[in-house]
Design a protein around this ligand. Structure first.
Ligand SMILES: Nc1ncnc2c1ncn2[C@@H]1O[C@H](COP(=O)(O)OP(=O)(O)OP(=O)(O)O)[C@@H](O)[C@H]1O
Length: 264
């Protein structure tokens, strides 16, 4: 008797699309025919758990795009949908981290992280357990009683990350969150973000004008050109993780991306 071996090819682990941006344009002011559009015909989508970097020169509309995704600004035309639902206002399924920290100065590190959980109907003990988990995830367990004024810029950004991730958003929106930090702290924060992203599997849209940062972080880089802000290229970064900044492949990707950004 002969036995047949059926080799079943495993399907690649393709995650569902959760964020869809379609035909999005944005102008400010009167929007008359003479009014230039800041963003034009922006369309892309993000799969669950993807890390997407929006890369472009200053003034190309990166922050405007992020504010529209957050629901802080309406688009002039086009649509944003999250899990099929239109995004037309801020919501708990999207959280934003900005460059400048937005912590409550009168609350301790612990209270800042716990703040968003209030009113969510969570049992007090579960809340405290969750805060402990996030304090430890961002390495601030020993600083829980400190006020923001008594911790460094990098630590403030750790609190900012913890206080939004504890809310378990579908999408984390980040607008040049580490741009104001010194080089070493910035690298620590990039590694922390990657570590948290791998553990928590949220989708990230990260705005930056720093090519090295984009190549380090992104599954895909969406390169924007300016006047008007349009997608020049949607580039998959196929470098294995963890990425090593000293590797030849990382350096080659940065160089090629630098050449692309120099053309926009
Ligand atoms: N509320 C507003 N009213 C009018 N114009 C605006 C407004 N917000 C942004 N703009 C204009 O839109 C353009 C894009 O701004 P945006 O901040 O989105 O760019 P950016 O790529 O994030 O720049 P940067 O990297 O310098 O932060 C700029 O010309 C800016 O002046």
């Amino acid at each position: 008797m002969t036995t047949r071996l059926h080799i079943v090819k495993k399907r690649p682990d393709v995650k569902p699309v959760i964020l869809e941006i379609e035909g999005l344009s944005k102008g400010f002011g009167t929007n008359g025919p003479a009014q230039p559009r800041v963003l034009e015909h922006i369309s892309f989508s993000a799969r669950r758990g993807e890390m997407i970097c929006i890369l472009g020169r200053s003034g190309c509309g990166k922050s405007t795009l992020l504010k529209i995704l957050a629901g802080f600004l309406p688009p002039s035309s086009g649509s944003v949908r999250l899990k099929g639902r239109p995004v037309d206002r801020p919501g708990p399924d999207r959280c934003v981290v900005f460059q400048e920290d937005a912590l409550f100065p009168w609350l301790t590190v612990r209270e800042n992280i716990a703040f968003g959980l209030k009113g969510r109907g969570m049992d007090h003990r579960d809340q405290q357990r969750e805060v402990d988990r996030f304090l430890s995830l961002v390495g601030l367990a020993d600083f829980e009683d400190f006020l923001p004024q008594d911790i460094s810029g990098g630590m403030k950004q750790r609190v900012s990350l913890a206080r939004v991730l504890i809310l378990q958003p579908e999408v984390l929106l980040m607008d040049e969150p580490f741009a104001a930090l010194d080089a070493q702290t910035r690298e620590e924060m990039q590694n922390l973000l990657l570590d948290l992203w791998e553990r928590l599997s949220h989708t990230v849209v990260f705005v930056t004008h720093d090519v090295n940062e984009a190549v380090l972080l992104a599954d895909r880089i969406i390169l924007l050109e300016k006047d008007p802000g349009r997608i020049r290229e949607d580039i998959t970064i196929d470098l294995p993780r963890p990425r090593k900044k000293e590797s030849d492949r990382y350096f080659d990707h940065c160089r090629s991306m630098m050449a692309k950004i120099n053309q926009v």
